[in-house]
Write a protein that binds this ligand. Structure first.
Ligand SMILES: Cc1cc2nc3c(=O)[nH]c(=O)nc-3n(C[C@H](O)[C@H](O)[C@H](O)COP(=O)(O)OP(=O)(O)OC[C@H]3O[C@@H](n4cnc5c(N)ncnc54)[C@H](O)[C@@H]3O)c2cc1C
Length: 383
């Protein structure tokens, strides 16, 4: 069993850490206040080759391993978990899907996304259904050499910033999940309108609703075969969920490091705070739990790299990663006393940002349904 990163991965981690400190740290809180997505950072991520890393070289990506991409998610998450979510979760899902797109669609959307020239979004959820995604009502009807899309997608990360969106819609209303197809749609297509939300956290992810009113796309914008959309999407979730977890863990781990430094220096009753077990034990507990979760993330990615089953492990960390990160960040905030409660320190924002990931891409409940399904078998699914 090998737990260490290789030299190439260690070098990449150093590069991404330096990039993140330089490009992300300074604006983290401002982006939250402005509710703005950093397009300039997106471009730089593309220039550094950090977008679409998993996409095969044949299509302009880097064909890296999932473990290597995990290292990038963790390092970016230390400075801005929202950028980690955009680049490594949305970017991964869209990159994974577009590998199944037509050559023309790959050229129009995948290549510029990898270069950081176009921002993607990924639209499954609808006002009446999220967990039960197969109950979606959005429709795509073939008319000649085009598809006509109608429906409303809600809760969509990057809705405001996206240049194009990967939309899931029913091409066959009788088939449940098997009737779902995927389409790549430019956000300036006639018939698209958008509405943005005032979120409590992850504000730079500029979420919103996307409305489609007789939106026409040429048939080369169908991604994969008709009816294949849901199956392809679920395969993507098994990776994106781990990157989401690692982005949060990055934010929690840096919070713990900052708290260790602070409680070493701050004194009360004539001693450093760290000498009191009421202070050092929560730090010790979170450190143990986060390390175990982190290792499970890399195990899930390693399994994916080996072509082995990993849905269970991905679901485990999708639940544990944001949940335990939120717990750790909360205690780090409290251990900074009244300073921790101010917006001068990053803990309150990290808390809100990591909590967003408890819902995004599937809640704790759906993660546990997946874990139970893998343990008991499909016959014991609750639906
Ligand atoms: C920050 C953020 C980013 C997001 N980004 C995107 C995006 O980019 N694209 C996109 O398509 N969607 C996105 N979403 C939407 C997200 O995927 C859904 O919110 C999520 O899947 C839950 O769906 P829902 O909100 O409809 O809740 P519901 O499905 O209505 O669930 C409500 C509650 O009931 C629980 N529940 C539901 N079913 C069961 C069950 N069988 N057993 C036990 N409990 C259950 C849920 O866990 C939840 O607590 C995002 C959401 C957030 C908060």
């Amino acid at each position: 069993m090998e737990f260490d990163l290789n030299e190439e991965q260690r070098a990449l981690a150093r590069t991404v850490r330096a990039f993140s400190v330089r490009e992300l740290r300074g604006g983290y809180s401002q982006r939250d206040r402005d509710r703005s997505f950093p397009r300039d950072v997106w471009k730089k991520l593309g220039e550094l080759g950090l977008l679409g890393m998993r996409v095969s070289e044949e299509f302009g990506g880097m064909s890296t391993t999932c473990v290597t991409q995990g290292v990038v998610a963790e390092e970016i998450g230390r400075e801005d978990p929202n950028v980690g979510v955009a680049a490594l979760a949305v970017g991964e899902l869209v990159g994974h899907m577009l590998e199944h797109a037509t050559a023309r669609a790959r050229e129009e959307f995948l290549t510029p996304m990898i270069k950081g020239e176009k921002v993607p979004a990924f639209a499954v959820t609808e006002p009446h259904c999220g967990t039960d995604a197969a109950a979606m009502k959005a429709k795509a009807v073939k008319k000649g050499d085009r598809y006509v899309l109608n429906g409303e997608k809600s809760g969509i990360t990057l809705a405001k910033a996206a240049d194009f969106v990967l939309v899931y819609a029913k091409t066959d209303n009788t088939g449940g999940a098997k009737g779902v197809s995927a389409f790549v749609v430019p956000t300036d297509a006639p018939g698209i309108t958008r509405q943005f939300y005032e979120d409590m956290g992850a504000r730079s992810l500029v979420r919103g609703s996307i409305f489609m009113d007789d939106v026409e796309v040429p048939e080369h914008c169908l991604v994969g075969a008709e009816g294949e959309g849901f199956k392809l999407m679920m395969k993507g979730f098994d990776a994106s969920r781990v990157y989401l977890a690692l982005s949060c863990l990055g934010a929690a781990l840096i919070s713990l490091e900052e708290t260790i430094k602070y409680t070493r220096e701050r004194t009360a009753f004539g001693k450093p705070l760290a000498r009191f077990e009421g202070v050092s034990f929560p730090v010790a507990e979170h450190s143990a739990i986060l390390e175990a979760t982190r290792l499970l993330c890399y195990k899930a990615l390693w399994l994916r790299d080996q072509g082995l089953a990993h849905s269970k492990e991905a679901a485990m960390v999708k639940w544990m990663g944001p949940r335990f990160s939120v717990d750790a960040i909360r205690d780090c905030l409290l251990l900074h006393g009244h300073y921790g409660w101010t917006t001068e320190l990053p803990f309150e924002q990290r808390l809100r940002d990591a909590m967003a990931v408890e819902i995004a891409d599937g809640t704790a409940q759906v993660s546990k349904i997946v874990i139970a399904r893998e343990l008991y078998g499909r016959d014991f699914l609750p639906y």
